[in-house]
Design a protein around this ligand. Sequence first.
Ligand SMILES: CCCCCCCC(=O)SCCNC(=O)CCNC(=O)[C@H](O)C(C)(C)COP(=O)(O)OP(=O)(O)OC[C@H]1O[C@@H](n2cnc3c(N)ncnc32)[C@H](O)[C@@H]1OP(=O)(O)O
Length: 161
Amino acid sequence: MKPKKRNIAIQDTYGERFQNCWGCGPKNEQGLHLKTYPSEDGETCITQFEPDNQYTGGVPNNLFGGMIALVFDCHGTASAAWFAHKNKGLALTEETVIGRFITARLETDYKKPVPMDETITIRSSIEELSERKAIVRMKMEASGVVRAEARMVAVAVKDDM
Ligand SMILES: CCCCCCCC(=O)SCCNC(=O)CCNC(=O)[C@H](O)C(C)(C)COP(=O)(O)OP(=O)(O)OC[C@H]1O[C@@H](n2cnc3c(N)ncnc32)[C@H](O)[C@@H]1OP(=O)(O)O
């Protein structure tokens, strides 16, 4: 996977013990290094990548469904972390150590095949936010066409987890 880089990624603000995720951990050498970036107004988050050929579901030029869910998983928990951070009135800086969220529930709707020869874009927004729970909505697009949608329930990680 070739993730697209921008400014400060949420994953780069994870605390030391959360940086080894295979999908998005900066410290996982074999990992995919997905990156989630808040929009300028902070209301949405975006991640973009170009899939490598090995992640096909078998049909030529179609991305494997498990990879689609994986991207929603990593982008959704990072987005939840951002929306909770922003809700506290905090900014994102090089010094930020953001509160980590974990996936409790992930619903994925596969609407159209996801192509593998172009940039895939996933945008997220927040549906509901309380002290420990965030419900995040996501849309995956390629060539301006929605290919998949997801709804995630993410829960803030406690210090003793
Ligand atoms: C250690 C951090 C690593 C982060 C990695 C993030 C990316 C990942 O790949 S995660 C891997 C897959 N996910 C997991 O392994 C999670 C396994 N599950 C758990 O650990 C726990 O069930 C956990 C943490 C999600 C919730 O447990 P707990 O902290 O006791 O929360 P709990 O008090 O039960 O629930 C909090 C809120 O979430 C809701 N909730 C919990 N589980 C669910 C669920 N499955 N569906 C819908 N809502 C749920 C509860 O209803 C509650 O809502 P409300 O505040 O409105 O009453």
